[in-house]
Design a protein around this ligand. Structure first.
Ligand SMILES: Nc1ncnc2c1ncn2[C@@H]1O[C@H](COP(=O)(O)OP(=O)(O)OP(=O)(O)O)[C@@H](O)[C@H]1O
Ligand SMILES: [Mg+2]
Length: 383
């Protein structure tokens, strides 16, 4: 018999203590679930608010074993963790969600692409490259996007190779070359699957990119696309979470072309940047849904009650050091604006330091409010 989450001595372990972990703590507190967090940064966003905080490297085998062996369930808020240790913890009876196999596939963009091909999940054509020489030998495949197989995040380790003139900047490391997709929109589906195999998908979201930072700058929900395309994307999302067999939240990033071709870009087996707005706009947040999915509970309603827009608060260019926020007070005069500050001590250019969600009774109004807030708030260094 599994120990229920409301048992007095139940403990949930989370690998990673960043903002996603921090937002996961909120519903955990509501259910009075004791959460223990592991992160290498003593000042990580979870450090001062988790029930227990261990400073240590979630990539290190022994550290993860030692951390996880006293937990009933272990989950992650980042995918780059020690998978072997998670397998061993599972052997010892700890429930580990997402499952180590899911993390292993997702950690490697090459394995991920092969996984989609094997499971007939639509994805852009690709090739593997071991070195820069392989990139230079791929003239026939131009234009493409080169992605480091391991270790990239937030657009780092991803670059467009348009012509031969870009070859000199190619990464000299194992990578995936993915055909450049001339997409019209990037769409994300945040889905959850529990142990019973029940699946819920949040209304789709639409991402708008900042090409300089190569980061999502603005998100709008629900996505404004034709109902038949929504249905197709939801069906692929369902197929994808079933193929992985994941227990937990999985965010699936899509490219949609102008003629409504749809490709899976990649997935994240955890709460995701494109689901932040669910905290205020939906009946259940992606964070609560993740808890429900990994704790073998019924999934919550994903109903969206308001139109929503979300902007990330990024560190201003040219500012590196102890953070200072300007304009927060002024922002609070904008109605239905929800400010989230992640509690990171140090800012640097384009670092995700917080976000703002705005809700409204129309897309346009939600976007205007979010952008007004973004305009007002500056993430700088203390003078
Ligand atoms: N094949 C492609 N064609 C066109 N643009 C692409 C392609 N692959 C990636 N991109 C662009 O680069 C962005 C980052 O790529 P990807 O999602 O693979 O990397 P990432 O480092 O995991 O990013 P993040 O952590 O921000 O999700 C995509 O969101 C998209 O805007
Ligand atoms: Mg991505």
């Amino acid at each position: 018999m599994e120990k229920p989450f409301y048992a007095k001595d139940f403990k949930l372990g989370v690998l990673g203590g960043g903002q996603l972990g921090r937002m996961l703590l909120v519903p955990a507190i509501r259910y009075d679930i004791k959460v223990s967090v592991l992160d290498p940064d003593p000042e990580a966003p979870c450090s001062r608010i988790a029930h227990e905080f261990t400073c240590g490297d979630f990539r290190d085998y022994d550290t993860v074993i030692k951390f996880g062996e006293s937990c009933d369930v272990v989950t992650v808020e980042i995918e780059h963790v020690n998978v072997e240790a998670l397998r061993e913890l599972r052997n010892r009876g700890v429930r580990v969600f997402p499952q180590p196999e899911v993390l292993e596939t997702v950690q490697d963009k090459g394995l991920q692409k092969a996984f989609y091909e094997k499971h007939n999940i639509p994805t852009a054509p690709f090739r593997m490259a071991e070195s820069k020489a392989d990139v230079e030998a791929s003239k026939d495949f131009l234009p493409f996007v080169q992605k480091l197989r391991k270790g990239g995040y937030d657009g780092r380790g991803v670059q467009v190779i348009r012509t031969e003139a870009d070859f000199p900047k190619a990464f000299d490391a194992p990578s995936v070359l993915e055909k450049f997709v001339d997409f019209e929109k990037e769409i994300a589906a945040v889905a959850a699957r529990n142990e019973a195999g029940e699946i819920e998908i949040f209304p789709l979201v639409e991402l708008v990119f900042n090409p300089d930072a190569n980061l999502v700058e603005f998100l709008s929900a629900p996505a404004q696309i034709a109902p038949d395309v929504i249905a197709r994307i939801e069906e692929i999302a369902r197929q994808t979470v079933n193929a992985y067999g994941i227990n937990g939240i999985m965010a699936i990033e899509f490219f949609k072309t102008a003629d409504n071709e749809v490709f899976v870009n990649e997935v994240a087996p955890r709460p995701h940047n494109s689901g932040h707005h669910t905290i205020e706009a939906n009946a259940t947040s992606q964070y609560e849904q993740h808890l429900r999915a990994i704790l073998n509970l019924p999934l919550g309603s994903t109903k969206q009650n308001k139109f929503a827009a979300m902007v990330n608060l990024l560190g201003a260019d040219g500012h590196k050091g102890p953070v200072m926020y300007e304009g927060l007070t002024e922002t609070l005069s904008v109605p239905e604006v929800y400010v989230h500050i992640y509690g990171k001590a140090l800012t640097k250019p384009f670092r995700k330091m917080g976000h703002v969600t705005a809700t409204a009774s129309s897309h346009r109004e939600a976007a205007a409010r979010a952008l007004e807030a973004k305009d007002k708030i500056q993430v700088k260094t203390a003078k």
